[in-house]
Design a protein around this ligand. Structure first.
Ligand code: ATP
Length: 443
């Protein structure tokens, strides 16, 4: 993980939030390459969802009526057990004490579990993970609202609006990408558990009775999606929730887990939420949330199959999955270690880098001309500094799938060398064919 965190900073993937002030725990900023990778992941997901006939998209607001979170069960149930250490004054999640360090200067470095053994801990209390704020100028209990801890509720409360406006009938889904906020007690493992993150959620509304069939369908479909963007199958598995793990709303649930360097962790949850959500919103709002089927003249509350992925966690999984170090030959016949981010070309932030082999004989001008012809279509990068081998290495580390070099043969026949990142195989391509060539390989 340390290597990946350091590469993220060096290459402009991810920076610590407010770094010059010492950072803010659980918050991260995406740099120039990171923002492109994140957008490409979200774009891939959005396209996979909304290119279907039976999925519509929305973008709901982050602040919602506070009753939403009573109906959803978050006010009551969205809590973690928390203990305070009387010695070091730090707060811990009661189920994650073993590997947490004690914060007391007197006990620096010792695990908090020893404070616990010494009887220094308070009893466990429930701590609600929702961030609170106020709407309007009065900061009293009547103006409390929450930053949404999940995007799902914005979909549920809009179910009938979307259904009527788009003339869909179950089975159909509503997709949304957006920020969610959780005041996690312990943030750790880089982007894995943060306080502000993005979710990609699609809630699929189905007639009761067909729910388990759709649940199995979406579970397979979502696993395949990660693989379609290059994620290694052997690093992924399903974890099925047993009765004790199931959330209060769930009938059945699978997590798609990825094997991170620190162990297996959830990147997406697929849940059969039954009719819990729409029934609760009907009770709390007093408005019917039932669907009336004009064809069969039936009125019913649809069941919901949820697919809930973290964009930020997927980002980290794709990065970890792509990272490798390998021995590669140098120009003078030796070998060196090269770091490669083998991101799927559709995810890669920069699709091609363009180099003049040397900074003379008109090569920089031709190379800049190629950059101008590619730039309207793709993110490209121009680099003329240092030996060409070093320029390749920089792009390998940034995950750029193609490097285009203008060399002496270009001056004669207008062809260029195109080198592929993973295989390092080079081929000659006519300058005029480059847009079509890069498009075919990366979009
Ligand atoms: P965990 O058990 O790891 O806290 P969860 O079961 O609470 O996760 P869900 O509520 O199912 O997670 O959220 C759906 C997805 O949102 C998760 O699969 C994950 O990708 C993402 N997610 C949830 N919490 C966080 C977080 N604190 N930071 C980053 N991503 C998160």
């Amino acid at each position: 993980m340390e290597k990946i965190v350091s590469l993220c900073k060096r290459r402009g993937y991810v920076f610590q939030s407010s770094e010059i002030y010492g950072g803010l725990n659980g918050c991260w900023d995406y740099g120039p390459l990171g923002v492109e990778l994140l957008r490409n992941i979200k774009e891939g997901w959005w396209r996979a969802m909304t290119s279907r006939e039976d999925v519509e998209g929305i973008d709901a607001s982050i602040l919602m009526h506070p009753r939403v979170w009573e109906a959803s069960g978050h006010v009551e149930n969205f809590t973690d057990p928390m203990v305070d250490c009387r010695e070091c004054k730090a707060r811990f999640r009661a189920d994650q004490i073993a590997d947490a360090p004690c914060g007391s200067p007197a006990y620096k470095g010792r695990p908090a579990s020893r404070c616990q053994a010494d009887g220094k801990f308070t009893d466990a209390r429930r701590f609600n993970l929702m961030f609170k704020t106020f709407v309007g100028p009065l900061e009293d209990s009547s103006s409390v609202v929450y930053l949404r801890p999940e995007t799902a509720q914005g979909i549920f409360v809009n179910f009938l609006n979307v259904q009527a406006a788009s003339r869909q009938r179950p089975p159909f889904g509503i997709a949304q990408i957006g920020k969610a906020f959780r005041n996690e007690i312990n943030t750790k493992n880089f982007l894995f558990r943060t306080r502000e993150f993005e979710q990609m959620e699609m809630q699929f509304f189905v007639p009761p009775g067909s729910d388990q069939k759709w649940f199995e369908y979406w579970k397979e479909e979502r696993f395949r999606w990660f693989q379609s963007l290059g994620m290694k199958k052997e690093k992924m598995h399903f974890h099925r929730h047993d009765a004790g793990e199931l959330a209060h709303y769930a009938r059945d649930a699978y997590d798609i887990e990825y094997e991170f360097p620190f162990g297996w962790g959830e990147i997406e949850g697929i849940h059969n939420r039954s009719d819990f959500d729409l029934t609760r919103h009907e009770q709390f709002s007093g408005k019917s949330m039932k669907f009336f089927d004009e064809q069969t003249k039936e009125r019913y509350t649809p069941f919901i199959i949820e697919t809930s992925a973290g964009a930020s966690r997927s980002f980290m999984a794709f990065l970890v999955d792509a990272y490798r170090e390998e021995e590669a030959p140098t120009a003078d016949g030796k070998t060196e270690t090269r770091v490669v981010l083998s991101l799927h070309p559709r995810l890669a932030p920069i699709k091609a880098a363009v180099f003049p082999l040397v900074n003379r004989d008109g090569m920089p001008e031709i190379a800049r001309g190629i950059v101008s012809s590619l730039r309207p279509h793709f993110r490209v990068f121009y680099d003329e500094s240092g030996a060409v081998g070093r320029r390749y290495r920089r792009q390998d580390e940034a995950g750029t799938p193609y490097c285009i070099t203008v060399d002496s043969q270009t001056l004669q026949d207008r062809t260029v060398t195109v080198r592929e990142r993973d295989s390092m195989v080079q081929e000659r391509v006519s300058g005029g064919d480059l847009v079509a060539y890069i498009r075919e390989k990366t979009l």
